[in-house]
Design a protein around this ligand. Structure first.
Ligand code: NAD
Length: 431
């Protein structure tokens, strides 16, 4: 159901953008389906000697701006419709943030938690051999996504390099640092979100100091976002993970301490920390409250950050949201209907395709460093990331002001215009 909705949502966004601006009918027809769909049958040996067959996909949505780029996810629910939609959203994201990549996405329909590491490696290398004729540093550059890791990427880079008989690190991004990865990739999505938010606040004439923030999701993205927001003077008052969360109206003291507490217990609920002591018994001293993942979305805060799952802001809870700014760090956290309600309520939504694009920006930096045999420091990476995020926010903000449209609609307009221009230029070259 969710998968079907995601592709439906992608088509709805495209139709909306098409109504708002003049695009050539040929271009819109081209974007209504991916350019290429690769579907592979992957028979592999389990450790027991039994053969199992799973399906693998790679969707190459559009490459007008450069090589197809997007993650590979390993999950039992991966389907053609899901990867098609995700590839479409990657195309939009890459274009709006201004990296020279098209959109792609892929995956394998498998529950990786049921496989040993040796089985995962065999399957990944088989998948790479199947994809090899259609990927490459200047053709299609996959990256990690749900349940795939830097190690998965290093297997792909290694297998691909054997096939083409030369070291081809730039065939994937998100590799381990000692295998060609970029410094700063781990923090990039969260930090990029902070840069995007700061720039929007600057445009709105608001001072970030002491603005209150609630963050749903405390994984790779939520954790770094919380850490860097706190460093900028924001007051983080609520955090949650899949087991529920905490609300400390006076502000959570130290994000690193919460991370340590979560690592120790395995979940974040009850992590009421004073100094280094994190204990449920501190709850009353901090005037804290335990909150559910539903409640965190409706707290009286300045900024709400969905940073975990898709479709959490719906037509049911959109009327109850109290935050005036929503920073979408998760992919697709707001349904189409909810988005309309938020717009009517004049809530500023910094859309996912803009807010969470820091990860793909640093993926681009990794690809660039590999292609040019360079190695940048973390400081350099962060400075370049900041520049890219600021530029993209400025472009989207200015268009949204000129045309009196939402930041999401402006992001799609900037993105599609860029892709259309590249598309027309490429068509011209072919004639
Ligand atoms: P992650 O797996 O590291 O963390 C996910 C977090 O969400 C965990 O804290 C988990 O406990 C929490 N969670 C799970 N179910 C939840 C629920 N029902 N309610 C509240 N929290 C719940 O994942 P991540 O890399 O941090 O990604 C988070 C989101 O950001 C996803 O939507 C992902 O697609 C998106 N995103 C990630 C990146 C990246 O670079 N990692 C880039 C762009 C977008």
């Amino acid at each position: 159901m969710v998968k079907h909705n995601l592709w439906h949502a992608a088509k709805q966004q495209l139709e909306k953008a098409e109504k708002a601006a003049k695009f050539s009918p040929l271009f819109i027809a081209q974007l209504s389906q991916p350019e290429r769909i690769i579907e592979l049958s992957l028979p592999f040996f389990r450790d027991s000697g039994k053969v199992e067959v799973v399906r693998g996909y790679r969707i190459q949505y559009n490459n007008a701006l450069g090589p197809y780029k997007g993650g590979l996810r390993y999950h039992q629910d991966v389907s053609m419709d899901e990867v098609k939609a995700l590839a479409f959203f990657m195309m939009i994201k890459n274009a709006v943030i201004g990296v020279p990549f098209g959109g792609g996405k892929g995956g394998i329909t498998v529950n990786p938690k049921t496989l040993s590491e040796a089985e995962l490696e065999r399957l990944t290398r088989l998948f790479t051999r199947g994809l090899a004729p259609n990927i490459g540093p200047t053709v299609d550059v996959p990256a990690p996504d749900v349940n795939t890791t830097p190690k998965t990427m290093s297997w792909i880079a290694d297998e691909y390099s054997k096939i083409v008989n030369k070291k081809a690190l730039a065939v994937v991004t998100g590799k381990p640092i000692d295998k060609g990865g970029s410094l700063g990739r781990t923090e990039a999505t969260g930090l990029g979100g902070v840069y995007a938010l700061l720039q929007v606040l600057k445009k709105m004439g608001k001072n970030p100091k002491q603005m209150t923030v609630a963050i749903q999701g405390f994984g790779n993205v939520g954790r770094y976002l919380a850490y860097f927001l706190q460093k900028e003077g924001f007051k983080i008052v609520a955090l949650s993970d899949s087991n529920g969360g905490i609300f400390v109206p006076g502000g959570i003291e130290n994000i690193d301490q919460i991370q340590k507490c979560k690592e120790g217990k395995g979940y974040l609920a009850g992590c009421y920390c004073i100094g280094e002591a994190c204990d449920i018994l501190n709850k009353d001293k901090l005037s804290g409250h335990d909150i559910s993942n539903k409640e965190i979305l409706e707290l009286p805060v300045d900024i709400l950050v969905p940073s975990a799952l898709e479709n959490v802001i719906t037509k049911t809870n959109a009327p109850k949201i109290k935050a005036k700014i929503i920073l979408e760090m998760a992919n697709g956290p707001t349904t189409f209907k909810a988005d309309e309600i938020l717009n009517k309520r004049r809530i500023t939504v910094i859309p996912d395709v803009l807010a969470n694009s820091g990860g793909v920006v640093v993926s681009y930096f990794e690809w660039y460093q590999n292609m040019n045999n360079e190695k940048w420091t973390k400081k350099e990476v962060f400075a370049k990331l900041k520049k890219k995020m600021k530029k993209a926010v400025n472009e989207v903000w200015d268009l949204s002001q000129q045309q009196k449209i939402s930041l999401r609609d402006a992001s799609y307009a900037v993105s599609l215009k860029r892709i259309e221009e590249a598309h027309n230029k490429n068509q011209g070259k072919k004639q």
